[in-house]
Design a protein around this ligand. Structure first.
Ligand code: GLY
Length: 470
């Protein structure tokens, strides 16, 4: 009965034949895209998934045909629109930030194709950090103080003056998209000046940059971060889940920032009161964008921080993202029990977003990266080296593996990028999920000892469950 209801409701939403199998497309080539492909493939309404560009492991675990387009970039708007028209794709999930920035959603909709994701205008909340902070100021959102600079010298002069005044540490951030590497922490004047000079390396994305307060706890210790995900139809907001990312390269949150070395979900620090405050922050942003005539349709991701002040935890906005997080999607989406196609369609068709049911399990994902990542010059030597043990990892109880920069030839796996694969352990709590993820990744290696991963993903929640001090 349940399944018939689902079919009828989807049929109503899409105006399509009750038994027709649809094609869905995902615009992404990494681990997040792999998770989305697998989730759409689970829908009884989906017959085939297309992925732009996709990766060699995207068909794994789907049980359905998955077609990848390795020659197509996520910003190849005309090519993607043309293929989706020719293939009569029912829904395109635009999951990659640079595709939002170039207006892929606008072009798809213009061509009459249903696209899940914000338009370029609504997505500016991610691809332009100056816009995002000014939007936050106008709407009274909780966020750090910030200054915007378009000249390196002016930024350096400001930092010298500012530190002479109160000595606070800062973050220097490229205003544009920088593959998750554009936010640089600076503990002192020298670090801040070096960070400002590094903005040049991001090309246009770093032409405008921000100097922001580094939000910490009252006692100066590091504050805890969280990632919150919701879906909106431009008006309403439904929470999809929460995670805690581990962005630094090494254990104990040391080393350079990366796109994310692992995540845990749900983060135990987020109690019902904090979740309520987070929902309000997201709803108010969606309302604010609607009032600017930029209705936000799709996944909205609040990257936040919890500052301990006045005996309570206070959420603030670190950044907005116009998409799922990677690897946050890997610990949230696999738990969905509601049909992804129906959820996406409900948001697009402005009929009120469907609530998502989940399996209630905890998940931990560990990112496997090439030694040298995130420095392209360093990790390029790992390209082409053979990866061993992935099949054994996939067979581990309570584990799923998602590919990203892996090429598959004759059943063998080879490194083909910085971020290679993601191993997700699930369990009744973070301790069990983590044990499973690490049991699986212990089976994997790369020729020449070239695999790197963090050993401490989920450490906060494991410590909380063991009642250890954080
Ligand atoms: N994991 C951080 C991000 O996706 O931006």
């Amino acid at each position: 009965m349940m399944e018939v209801t689902a079919k009828l409701s989807l049929s109503g939403l899409m105006g399509s034949n009750l038994y027709k199998k649809e094609k869905v497309a995902v615009v992404d080539g990494g681990g997040r895209g792999s998770v989305l492909v697998r989730a759409y493939a689970k829908s009884p309404h989906v017959g085939e998934v297309l992925a732009f560009p996709g990766n060699d492991m995207m068909g794994f675990g789907t049980g359905k045909p998955v077609r990848t387009f390795p020659g197509i970039k996520t910003t190849d708007v005309e090519k993607i629109v043309r293929i989706c028209m020719d293939e009569n794709v029912a829904l395109v999930d635009v999951a990659q930030d640079n595709a939002i920035e170039v207006g892929l959603v606008n072009s798809l909709r213009h061509a009459g194709i249903k696209a899940l994701g914000p338009t370029k205008g609504a997505g500016q909340i991610e691809w332009d950090k100056e816009f995002a902070r000014e939007f936050g100021t106008v709407h009274g959102s909780p966020q750090p103080w910030y200054r915007v600079f378009k000249s390196e010298q002016e930024g350096i002069d400001f930092v010298k003056r500012h530190f002479a005044k109160d000595g606070a540490p800062v973050f220097v951030k490229a205003a544009g998209l920088a593959e998750g590497k554009g936010a640089i922490p600076a503990k002192n004047v020298e670090d801040a000046i070096n960070a400002i000079k590094e903005m040049r390396e991001f090309g246009n994305a770093g032409d405008t940059f921000l100097v922001e307060d580094w939000l910490r706890n009252e006692d100066g210790s590091n504050a805890e971060e969280f990632s919150a995900f919701a879906i909106s139809d431009g008006i309403g907001v439904k929470i999809l889940g929460y995670a805690q990312d581990h962005k630094r390269l090494y254990n104990f949150d040391e080393g350079p920032n990366t796109g994310g070395m692992g995540c845990s979900s749900p983060p135990l620090v987020l109690d019902a009161v904090l979740q309520g405050r987070i929902v309000n922050i997201i709803s108010s942003a969606v309302d604010g964008l609607a009032s600017k005539n930029r209705p936000y349709t799709g996944i909205i991701y609040l990257g936040g921080i919890l500052q301990y002040k006045n005996n309570e935890l206070n959420p603030s906005i670190i950044e907005w993202n116009a998409r799922w997080g990677d690897p946050e999607a890997q610990v949230i989406v696999p738990g969905f029990k509601t049909d992804m196609l129906e959820v996406g369609m409900s948001a697009i068709n402005n009929r009120g977003v469907l609530p998502v049911r989940t399996d209630g399990l905890s998940r931990i994902v560990v990112a496997g990266v090439s030694r040298g990542y995130p420095d392209k010059e360093k990790y390029k030597a790992v390209k082409g080296k053979q990866i061993f043990g992935l099949d054994e990892a996939m067979r581990t109880d309570g584990v799923e593996v998602y590919g990203a920069g892996v090429s598959v030839q004759d059943g063998r796996y080879y490194a083909n990028g910085g971020r290679l694969f993601y191993i997700v352990g699930s369990g009744n709590d973070a301790v069990q999920a983590r044990a499973r993820a690490y049991e699986a990744i212990a089976r994997v290696s790369i020729e020449g000892n070239n695999l790197h991963f963090r050993n401490d993903i989920g450490w906060r929640d494991v410590a909380r469950l063991r009642r250890e001090e954080l």
